[in-house]
Design a protein around this ligand. Structure first.
Ligand code: YXS
Length: 259
């Protein structure tokens, strides 16, 4: 079964997450297919890519595949982790990626959606950024990436509570581009893609790259980076990290002790 479907409609690519049984969890296999689909869209020289789940999805994506998170003292979100690789694929794709969202968005899937260049959601959509619910020390580049779309006060609330926020609130606080009723979502997003297709592709590619570079430029000394990496290791080596994952697998609430 294909975990990711892809098609080209006129000058727009449509890439669909297709693993509803696992709530489109971002497993290694799904991400490999997603990276492949994005490369195909680049080769097809589409003007934009719409990234969606199956029509009427209750869950757009449940985030990182928890069963694939390491519990052996390894960094769960290192540079070559699949989630990190697909984030870079979207950032480096020369055409805009539009996240068209129905259903709930969880954990690393929030970063996947925020990495897209534009985000259109239905009113029922919620976003829950959940590292603290699982005890996962989110990686620094991922936090910087989220700061591009989410103001620090809202990002702190999402991280410190792991509570879902509504599409309406996300729109009001500038986290997403628009909220449209579900029966208008495909038409609205398609029109947006058509408008992009009328502009200069070279200019769009240039400005996407300019914004990628300028929005990442946060000076950090090597010592500061290493201090943060040491703090992250302290977390992913902790009992709480293993408890977070175990509690998910056992479908129970985690009991964190700060150890
Ligand atoms: O029991 P089966 O085999 O049918 O599988 C179940 C779930 O185990 C599976 N599934 C997942 N498998 C791996 N990783 C996941 N993230 C994941 N989510 C779901 O899909 C099958 C159906 O799930 P079920 O029965 O719970 O569906 P539901 O409709 O009742 O509930 C949907 C959700 C999304 C509310 C629920 O599945 C859920 O809460 N999923 C976990 C959401 C979450 O906490 N995601 C964060 C993952 S960790 C991550 O993204 C980052 C590392 S971080 O933590 O840093 O943000």
């Amino acid at each position: 079964m294909q975990l990711v479907l892809r098609q080209v409609q006129d000058r727009t690519g449509i890439v669909s997450l297709n693993h509803a049984a696992k709530r489109n969890a971002l497993s290694r296999n799904l991400i490999e297919e997603l990276i492949g689909a994005l490369s195909e869209m680049k080769a097809a020289s589409v003007r934009s890519v719409i990234l969606r789940a199956e029509p009427g999805a209750a869950v757009w994506s449940a985030g990182h595949d928890v069963t694939e998170l390491p519990t052996s003292g390894r960094d769960p979100l290192s540079y070559d982790d699949p989630l990190r690789r697909v984030v870079r694929s979207i950032e480096l794709l020369p055409m805009p990626v539009i996240a068209m969202i129905e259903g709930s968005v969880w954990g690393g899937a929030c970063e996947l959606a925020m990495t897209c260049d534009l985000t259109i959601a239905t009113p029922e959509v919620t976003f829950a950024f959940t590292p603290t619910r699982l005890g996962v020390p989110y990686n620094t580049a991922g936090i910087v990436n989220m700061m591009k779309s989410i103001g620090v006060p809202l990002l702190k609330e999402m991280l410190f509570t792991a509570r879902p926020i509504s599409a309406e609130r996300a729109l009001r606080l500038g986290m997403i581009n628009d909220v449209v009723p579900s029966d208008e979502l495909e038409g609205f997003t398609g029109q947006l893609a058509d408008q992009i297709a009328e502009t200069s592709p070279m200019c769009v590619t240039l400005m996407k790259e300019e914004l990628r570079i300028l929005s990442k430029s946060r000076p950090m000394s090597a010592e500061t980076f290493e201090r943060l990496q040491g703090q992250r290791r302290h977390v992913y080596d902790s009992r709480d990290y293993r408890e977070g994952i175990q509690s998910f697998l056992e479908k129970r609430r985690p009991e964190f002790t700060g150890e």
